[in-house]
Design a binder for this molecule. Structure first.
Ligand SMILES: [Zn+2]
Length: 446
């Protein structure tokens, strides 16, 4: 049995953070105390960051630290992002260790937020604190941007991004959560890869409403409101949007070909070299593969009618779309209307956010990520991909060209499944390598 003294400090610090239940979706019931305690905890755990960096608060939950560099870089600062809020825990779930206890056992730290996103946050702060202890000054400004309501699509990151824009500061490199160091990124590709998200899809929810003549169900007209809605939903099949392979996906395939062997290697090479072909192949595969290359359409709710023998005068369907890179909320809505092609079905956009642009992979910022990775995770290739989920960094991506979604932590498939799920945990060795990554990144800034 290990004593507390044997616990590596980085694990102890993460444990303390996990013990504060910063559940943004339960703000109403839990209050703001865990969040305020978290800010105070950062000051306690990282005294040098607290004294040497300037902290600005944007809205109630946005923390922006500025670490002044040796010079004012003309092409902007480094921005390291993370969020300190977590998703709720389902009380009926059976966790091996209580989710907010921060138990450290068998070389891992357990609890809600271990991977999403307090683990990635702890490795950033540890790296900066350690560099400060050495008297290190970065070549250019380094900002730490921590949001407290990422999981509820809150405004903290929006406000921080707006502050950068108002000040005319365009970051040279932004790194936020997203990809990780994973095992076997594709089923037939062995080995580990650092998956770096270079873009994220947009999201849109639309409501379709059909009106028809109400009346008795005994003598229905040909086109009732319910039939119109059913037809409209049917017309929004998987083929609604044309598949198109983003550059990042082609690069991913080409790069993974390097780690594959035999026929898989050839297949990946060909798919990487021929985007129109990979678009068709992935679309045909369906599921996650198809989601990589096209805007997906998922009908999620349908309603109409109040009695079994009455024709409703109105029926509705709610459809959730994930918008592919290169399209917009506006263009997607226009396509939905064209496909439905029924003037008696109205299409209303309830909410929408455009996909991000795509960050390049042949630039100096991406090369720096790969350099840092070579220090922290030797032999692990940096592989670009496109994210399906949203991160806070999308607010920066509107005006910053080099935004990458990557937490330098090893995550097994089981660990990734525990994110937003049960038994979230991170290995202490992974935290130590993550700290090394950020230290290398900051040290190599020019
Ligand atoms: Zn997250």
């Amino acid at each position: 049995m290990a004593t507390m003294n044997d616990v590596p400090p980085i694990a102890a610090r993460l444990s303390r953070m996990i013990q504060l239940p910063t559940v943004s979706a339960e703000l109403k019931t839990r209050g703001t105390a865990p969040f305020e305690d978290f800010v105070a905890l950062l000051a306690e755990l990282y005294p040098r960051v607290h004294s040497d960096l300037v902290l600005e608060r944007h809205t109630e939950f946005g923390l922006l630290y500025r670490w002044a560099g040796r010079r004012e870089a003309v092409d902007g600062p480094l921005v390291l992002m993370a969020h300190y809020d977590v998703v709720p825990v389902d009380e009926s779930d059976d966790w091996t260790h209580p989710p907010f206890a921060g138990v450290i056992e068998n070389g891992s730290v357990y609890g809600r937020g271990a991977l999403d996103d307090k683990g990635p946050l702890v490795v950033i702060l540890d790296a900066v604190e350690n560099l400060l202890a050495e008297g290190f000054v970065p070549a250019r400004d380094v900002y730490l941007s921590f949001g407290g309501n990422e999981e509820t699509y809150g405004s903290a990151a929006i406000a921080i991004a707006a502050a950068f824009q108002e000040r005319g500061i365009v970051p040279w490199l932004v790194v936020d959560e997203g990809g990780a160091v994973v095992d076997a990124p594709l089923p037939f590709v062995p080995g580990r890869a650092a998956m770096i998200g270079v873009g994220e899809k947009g999201v849109m929810t639309v409501r379709l409403t059909a009106r028809g003549d109400g009346g008795h169900a005994s003598a229905p007209p040909n086109r009732t409101a319910v039939r119109r809605i059913a037809r409209a939903v049917e017309r929004l099949g998987p083929g609604t949007f044309r598949p198109r392979t983003p550059q990042a996906v082609s690069r991913m395939l080409t790069q993974l070909a390097g780690s594959a062997t035999g026929p898989a290697r050839l297949l990946l090479r060909v798919l990487g070299a021929l985007p129109p072909l990979s678009a068709r192949v992935f679309a045909a595969l369906g599921g996650e593969a198809a989601a990589l290359v096209r805007t997906t359409v998922a009908p999620t709710m349908q309603s109409g009618g109040t009695a079994a023998n009455v024709l409703p005068s109105q029926a509705t369907a709610t459809v959730n779309l994930r918008i592919a890179l290169g399209e917009t909320v506006q263009s997607a809505a226009a396509r939905v209307r064209r496909r439905i092609a029924d003037p008696r079905v109205s299409v209303e956009v309830l909410e929408g956010s455009d996909p991000s642009p795509e960050s390049p992979t042949d630039n100096a910022p991406f090369a720096l990520l790969a350099d840092a990775l070579a220090v922290s995770h030797p032999g692990v290739p940096a592989v670009p991909y496109v994210m399906m989920a949203a991160t806070d960094s999308r607010h920066f991506h509107r005006f910053a060209p080099a935004v990458y979604r990557f937490a330098p932590l090893e995550m097994s498939n089981a660990q990734r499944a525990a994110i937003h799920g049960v038994d979230e945990s991170v290995e202490i060795a992974a935290l130590e390598r993550g700290e090394r990554f950020h230290r290398a990144l900051i040290e190599r800034l020019q």
